[in-house]
Design a protein around this ligand. Sequence first.
Ligand SMILES: Nc1ncnc2c1ncn2[C@@H]1O[C@H](COP(=O)(O)OP(=O)(O)OP(=O)(O)O)[C@@H](O)[C@H]1O
Length: 365
Amino acid sequence: MILERLSILDYKNIIQADLSFSSKLNCFLGNNGMGKTNLLDAIYYLSFCKSHNNLIDSQNIKHDADFALIQGYYLENEGKVDEFFCSLRRRQKKQFKYNKKEYEKFSDHIGRLPLVMISPSDSELITGGSEERRKFMDVVLSQFDKEYLQSLIRYNKALQQRNALLKSDIQADESLYELWEEQLAAEGQIIYTRRQRFIQEFIPTFQYYYSFICQSNEEVSLAYESQLSEGSLLGLLKQKRERDKILGYTTVGVHRDDLDMRLGEYSIKKVGSQGQNKTYIVAMKLAQFDFLQKSQQITPILLLDDIFDKLDSSRVEQIVKLVSGENFGQIFITDTNREHLDEILKGINSDHHLYEVKGGEISRL
Ligand SMILES: Nc1ncnc2c1ncn2[C@@H]1O[C@H](COP(=O)(O)OP(=O)(O)OP(=O)(O)O)[C@@H](O)[C@H]1O
């Protein structure tokens, strides 16, 4: 998957940009707050129909503008170029088009333009609550598994309905609980099985990348934790129903799943240094890349937003070695430091473009 051309109008601080990209490496250089992340975010938007930091859409439109446009031309397999177009308007539903035809549901688009982004906010995977780690699994799985995405949507709807009953002042009929619990159990089982299978396949690749980057004998592990491993969700929901009524929310289900992330035998959240945490995240994201590529037979686009901060030069060198290899396709990198980028470019023989980002304007160097 190659993004050949990108046009942006009034997306965050980018007033206007018309860019043609290298099919391998595109570097964006600029000081803090200049718009480098915003540019990557526009590319992210075309893959996920939403911003990476999940802002509400009106916040993605330039402050004094009425609408924002993002348009991308992608070279898919067999030399076919497809156009993807997105327009955001204040107080209106956004439009998303594929070759000029509007999507009925945004979920139909997810997975068409596979992409992995590594950004500073990923540190939340370690430091944040369990919802961050579930989101990680959901983003990976939903990109290639439509059934998973549909199950997740139905599960969340059923969960909302059960929670509404639990919170209601009027005592609901028990048969209504049964209805939503059966749906939660059916969809929850699908989600549980696929998350479990995914993590099992994911672990060896993740560990391989971690060791490759750190070049020492630091050991890392990752384990999927779910209440469903204790028994059927239907049984658990019934068992906890009275307690849930007191609390006013559903205390069992795949919406409570987590990942146990370890460095040696300890939780990485407690013992990891900044560089070790970063290495852990980068290894997870590269394994995500690998997994997507194998499942879809398409090489995803890779966005690296300021990822070299906090890493020692040997780890940076190893990451550059990895991503410049043949397994990886088109890459977009941002950095504040020209020397840093020059160092990266030195290790790369293939075609590359270097851009400067200044006050939301992007120019080729
Ligand atoms: N809707 C918007 N309208 C106008 N400007 C915006 C909007 N949203 C964000 N910005 C501006 O975009 C700038 C941030 O840009 P961005 O995050 O892309 O910076 P960056 O170049 O990646 O910086 P850093 O190196 O610090 O990560 C901020 O100055 C912010 O005020």
